[in-house]
Design a protein. Structure first.
Length: 440
């Protein structure tokens, strides 16, 4: 009865916090339009610039290079200057970068635009993890996180076919220009809408009280006088390292498929370019569903109805990553149907684990350290994001096959599962995080 009354009380609350979740989700969706348009333009870029598969691998990783090396500094910047200011600057920079890519006359210019894109989009995921920690109590964080995380998958559902049609009709430069216009529109919306809860005039007293009291009941609300942990101290924490290694393995497979899936379907399975764009959306539809339904809704549902929060999150995190090993099945598929089934199993499992992973920084770190922990985790992610397209380019060029490329990703996933089990341990804030030391 008490649980029913609490649920009814939550349903009567205003829903401003979900407005923020959807705002963050739209931002990620647009981020990934920027990322997939390069894979869609693969053949057109070959014709324009005369590049090889190896050069394309480096071009695909160029964005991740600056994105990666900005991660730990951006975590410090976020914790110091806040989500609102850093998010505005980032959205503006990535808009400029996308426009620049559409007009560059040289391959070096295209590399430069991708480097700038990485700088502009670097704050996105650490900032989103921090924002979710501000706006949502722990029992709602999986679903709210899945709103923005699933957008990374859904971008390929609509982005690849959309960019593909624009490219085939008008050329690759117009597909980049269209993304630039969408990005600039988001910059304006983010500027007008996003505020932290303490600074949002549209947040009702009832909803503010609900967020704060729910967090305090879960032992999750850090005081304003809580000491900050230094970046270097956080790097020495087993839980942070376990999360970073495990999430890195997920992102390796994610970026392998994000950058090479249309080309894999075209090259290995001899599907024409237009159909490869359309078929690419199939695994990403499934991934969007598992992200929202399993990693988001189901996790929060079970926790809100009394299940052990640590156990639920660990099962989905480790189990979903284990399903990622389905990528090995795609290595030996000889038809499009079989390949898409195995790839859907792989990316679907990983996508179910992803929102749980992105909710963890706000669960294991203090309020003042979430940005830094998110930056550390995303640094590991982007090392994988750099490596995946480049390693795949070399392996496919050498072996004329994707089997070994998929095999490398499976080995990495096994290491990631081990890191979740032996390093991350229980998903809770350890006592030593309450004794943080001042520092950068």
């Amino acid at each position: 009865m008490a649980a029913t009354q609490q649920l009814e009380g939550r349903m009567r609350l205003p829903m401003s916090r979900w407005r923020i979740a959807w705002l963050l989700g739209i931002g990620v969706l647009i981020n990934y339009f920027d990322r997939v348009n390069l894979s869609v333009a693969h053949d057109a870029l070959f014709a324009t610039f005369g590049m090889s598969d190896v050069v394309f691998g480096y071009l695909s990783g160029a964005y991740n290079m600056t994105y990666c090396f900005c991660q730990m500094p951006i975590g410090v910047v976020l914790d110091k200057f806040g989500i609102k200011r850093v998010g505005r600057v980032g959205a503006f920079l990535w808009s400029i970068a996308t426009f620049a890519a559409s007009v560059t006359p040289t391959l070096n210019g295209l590399f430069g635009a991708r480097f700038l894109l990485g700088v502009g989009e670097a704050p996105t995921f650490p900032a989103n993890a921090k924002a979710i920690g501000y706006w949502f109590p722990p029992r709602e964080r999986s679903l709210s996180t899945s709103v923005f995380d699933s957008a990374a998958k859904f971008a390929s559902v609509i982005g690849v076919p959309l960019m593909g049609v624009v490219l085939l009709k008008f050329g690759w430069r117009w597909s980049f220009a269209m993304t630039g216009l969408i990005s600039f529109a988001y910059f304006i919306v983010f500027w007008r809408v996003y505020r932290d809860p303490d600074d949002d005039p549209e947040l009702s007293d009832a909803e503010r009280s609900y967020i704060e009291q729910s967090a305090e009941a879960a032992g999750d609300r850090s005081g304003a006088d809580e000491p900050r942990s230094s970046l270097w101290r956080l790097l020495s924490q087993r839980k942070v390292l376990g999360l970073a290694i495990g999430f890195g393995s997920y992102n390796y497979v994610f970026y392998l498929l994000l950058t090479w899936l249309p080309t894999y379907l075209s090259f290995a399975l001899h599907i024409d370019l237009l159909h490869s764009f359309l078929y690419t959306s199939v695994p990403w539809i499934f991934a969007t569903f598992t992200d929202l339904a399993i990693g988001g809704w189901l996790v929060d549902f079970l926790i809100q109805h009394g299940a052990d929060a640590n156990l639920v999150r660990k099962i989905v995190l480790i189990g979903g990553t284990a399903f990622g090993l389905g990528i090995v099945g795609a290595a030996h598929a000889h038809t499009a149907t079989r390949a898409l089934i195995w790839i859907s199993i792989s990316i679907g499992g990983l996508s179910a684990a992803a929102p749980v992973g992105w909710s963890i920084p706000s669960l294991i770190a203090g309020r003042h350290d979430v940005g830094k922990v998110g930056g550390i985790v995303n640094f590991s992610n982007q090392i994988s994001g750099i490596a995946a397209p480049i390693v795949t380019g070399y392996v496919v060029t050498a072996a004329h096959s994707y089997a070994w490329a998929f095999g490398v990703s499976a080995i990495y996933l096994v290491l990631g599962i081990a890191a979740y089990i032996f390093l991350l341990g229980r998903i809770e804030r350890p006592p030593e995080f309450r004794l943080g030391t001042s520092g950068v």
